[in-house]
Ligand binder design. Structure first.
Ligand code: PEP
Length: 266
């Protein structure tokens, strides 16, 4: 079956409200040309919480306009959780999906596996889709533990999911920590090898790996996107640095559209 190719921008702690709105508008304005009629490609952007409302008017279903994502979500629906932003607050701000388990949150803000699982459950229960980030650190790859690390992150996040929550609403993004913001990209072979392992794990867990879009993240740029997609297992990207510039983000969307068209022609 053909899987949606997602091109998602994670703006991190960058851009105030007005520049966020301008960037969102530039992405929305250029989207039709970048998609050029290709089916099966969709786009999303994740501004900082405080810019969600200025960006929202330029967002939509992922094709006519980018989908609106949040960079994180609180693990509880509401209550005495100072500083947190819960799923209902994000839904009210027109957010459709939340990124959970980004390596920067895992490394710097204490988002351990149990918290990631709790956030994931709360997001799904609150009506958000989820982009779940997994990935190994450099020393874990050097020690040959990369696959085991990623599988254990997946197991922690997904295996205890309440039966009434739909795991099909979770898109997994493999983001090797050593490739994020470093300019060092995983090779297409490294990324697609991990994607194949993730698919095998999903199959074993009864989660239909073949039907799932699996994303890659880590220094994706217009000049490496085509090569990564050509490796076969990668169904799009979570993009940090290159998503802060509309032209480079849209150029990656163009690569995804070209890839979708040529795959459909085969
Ligand atoms: C990210 O933050 O998810 C990311 C992949 O960043 P960059 O593209 O800058 O490596």
């Amino acid at each position: 079956m053909s899987r949606t190719i997602w091109v998602l921008g994670n703006w991190k702690q960058n851009l105030l409200r007005e520049p966020s709105a301008s960037l969102a508008k530039a992405v929305a304005d250029g989207l039709e040309a970048a998609l050029a009629g290709a089916s099966g490609v969709a786009v999303g952007i994740a501004p900082t919480y405080l810019a969600l409302d200025s960006v929202a008017p330029h967002t939509g279903d992922g094709r006519g306009a980018p989908r609106l994502l949040a960079q994180d979500v609180g693990a509880q629906e509401s209550g005495a959780f100072t500083g947190e932003v819960g799923p209902a607050m994000l839904r009210e701000a027109r957010v459709q999906a939340a990124i959970i388990g980004h390596s920067e949150r895992r490394a710097q803000f204490g988002d351990h596996d149990e918290l990631v699982a709790a956030k994931l459950g709360a997001a799904l229960a609150g009506g958000l889709d989820v982009v779940l980030c997994v990935g190994e650190r450099l020393e874990q790859r050097d020690a040959g533990d990369h696959e085991q690390v990623v599988i254990s992150q997946l197991t922690a996040a997904l295996s205890g999911l309440a039966p009434d929550l739909d795991p099909a609403r979770v898109t997994i993004a493999y983001e090797p920590v050593w490739a994020i913001g470093t300019g060092r990209t995983a090779t297409p072979a490294q990324a697609s090898e991990m994607h194949a392992s993730i698919r095998a794990w999903l199959d074993k867990a009864g989660l239909q790996g073949a039907d799932r879009s699996l994303l890659y993240g880590g220094s994706v740029k217009p000049d490496n996107a085509t090569e990564l997609l050509a490796a076969g297992e990668i169904d799009g990207f979570l993009i940090g640095g290159a998503s802060l510039d509309a032209r480079s983000f849209l150029d990656i969307v163009t690569s995804a559209s070209n890839h979708a068209r040529s795959s459909q022609a085969r």
